[in-house]
Ligand binder design. Structure first.
Ligand code: NAD
Ligand code: TDX
Length: 397
């Protein structure tokens, strides 16, 4: 039986990972969730999971050394999965200090507590020894690699030359790219926003704890996730929310920045694979091979919602506007994000080759599922937007 400490599991990706884990492992698992429940953490998102006898919820800060040490003292944790972070680039531009405190100091505290709990002395050559089967997995981001250029105006088909990777990708015909270069695990780190600078620093501490103290670690660096429970300050859920309300759709700059979109459940599977089979000390890039310009994402979501409203009129109940207003006139180009990275594109060949993982969800499938999830869960959106979700904690404890 594996015991996990999952931080930030009341947020978007952590919650999806928790749900995936509990389904996959049934009886064979115990999970301690540590979350501070900031504006981005919603206990309602995981209310069924925390009612499960295999889960214990702890409200608290990853920077709190005493609290985290107590968790390790009470439960013999095998895997730490550190999702907890301040995650929104625009907020990091407005308030960099909080990002430094949570993302850097918080990660270092988690590492330190795990190190102390797992340390078992030194071997005959003086090398540090740790209890068997332990691992600290840091959930990082492609943003640590900086920004790539966009070499093509229109997407070009992606050639996969590696025979092993091609085997895993069998059946995917939708792969394309907007550029010649990709981020690999050896791409030099080149963060450009306060958010990515803080995530890069955290990665450097994870590496330092591995090199200096011999800690068993992995780092995963993923591209932009999308899917259920995504906080509606991020592009895709914000656009869905605004379309339904008949509000303007703010597109930064010219809308030609490119992001690589990864369906959140595919990401959960990647983290599980790295925990189980990733080589200690290694970094694994996790990407969707799903590059798209922001403006095309926005237009695609408009098309999907307009079609659903046409073909399934019962959904019109969630509209706060007339159906005829759902068109591209809603798009409004606004001032650009300072230092806006042009293109992210992950090469996930290493995780495909070594662990047999590959993003299974084509974007057309994932985005349709995502839009439908939001149409069916407007109560969740209303709660997080109004802040009412914060009452869950008082109700439950
Ligand atoms: P999120 O903002 O939705 O959730 C973050 C969670 O962390 C929330 O539940 C919040 O309450 C919790 N938290 C924040 N500060 C905390 C603290 N000091 N102590 C304890 N808990 C705290 O974030 P997300 O989008 O789910 O991202 C999760 C992780 O994945 C982050 O580390 C982020 O950098 C990384 N990541 C996200 C994406 C993406 O597209 N969302 C892409 C790449 C990497
Ligand atoms: O209103 C908007 N208009 C717009 O054009 C918003 C919120 C965003 N954008 C653009 C900026 C980006 O090019 O859309 C793109 C996506 O923006 P975000 O959703 O804010 O994501 P991004 O900045 O790419 O970062 C995300 O992926 C990497 C996550 O928030 C990070 O946590 C993760 O590390």
């Amino acid at each position: 039986m594996k015991r996990y400490l999952v931080t930030g599991a009341a947020g978007f990706i952590g919650a999806n990972f928790l749900k995936y884990l509990l389904k996959k492992y049934e009886e064979d698992i115990y999970v301690v969730v540590l979350d501070k429940l900031t504006y981005a953490g919603n206990l309602g998102t995981i209310k069924d999971e925390i009612a499960d006898s295999r889960v214990r919820f702890v409200k608290g800060d990853i920077r709190n050394a005493e609290l985290v040490a107590n968790i390790f003292a009470e439960t013999d944790i095998d895997y730490v999965v550190n999702f907890a972070a301040e995650s929104h680039v625009d907020r990091s531009i407005a308030n960099p200090q909080l990002f430094l405190e949570t993302n850097i100091l918080g990660t270092q505290n988690m590492l330190d507590c795990a190190r102390k709990a797992w340390y078992r002395g030194k071997d005959s050559e003086g090398k540090p020894l740790y209890a068997e089967g332990k691992k600290f997995l840091q959930v990082s981001t492609d943003e640590v690699y900086g920004s790539l250029s966009k070499d093509y105006t229109d997407p070009q088909p992606l050639e996969i030359t590696d025979a092993d990777v091609r085997k895993v990708v069998t059946g995917r015909t939708d792969l394309h790219t907007y550029g010649k270069r990709f981020f690999t695990e050896t791409t030099p780190l080149d963060p450009r926003s306060p958010y990515s600078a803080s995530k890069t620093s955290a990665d450097m501490f994870v590496r330092a704890y591995h090199e200096t103290y011999g800690m068993p670690v992995n780092i995963t660096r993923c591209s932009n996730n999308y899917g259920p429970y995504h906080f509606p300050e991020k592009l895709i859920p914000l656009i869905i929310k605004n379309i339904l309300a008949g509000q303007k759709l703010p597109v930064y700059g010219k809308g030609d920045n490119v992001r690589d979109w990864l369906y959140v459940e595919d990401h959960a599977k990647a983290i599980d694979a790295v925990l189980e089979r990733g080589r200690i000390g290694e970094v694994y890039n996790v990407g969707g091979f799903n590059e798209e310009q922001n403006i095309n994402i926005v237009k695609l979501i408009i098309d999907i919602i307009a079609r659903i409203m046409r073909e399934e009129p019962e959904y019109r109940r969630v509209l706060k506007t007339d159906v005829k207003n759902i068109n591209e006139d809603l798009i409004t180009f606004v001032g650009d994000r300072p230092g806006h990275d042009m293109r992210y594109a992950i090469d996930p060949s290493k995780i495909a080759r070594e662990l047999g993982w590959y993003p299974e969800t084509p974007f057309t499938v994932g985005i349709e599922k995502t839009v439908r999830w939001y149409l069916d869960h407007q109560d969740w959106v209303d709660e997080v937007v109004s802040g009412d979700y914060q009452k869950y904690y008082e109700q439950m404890y």
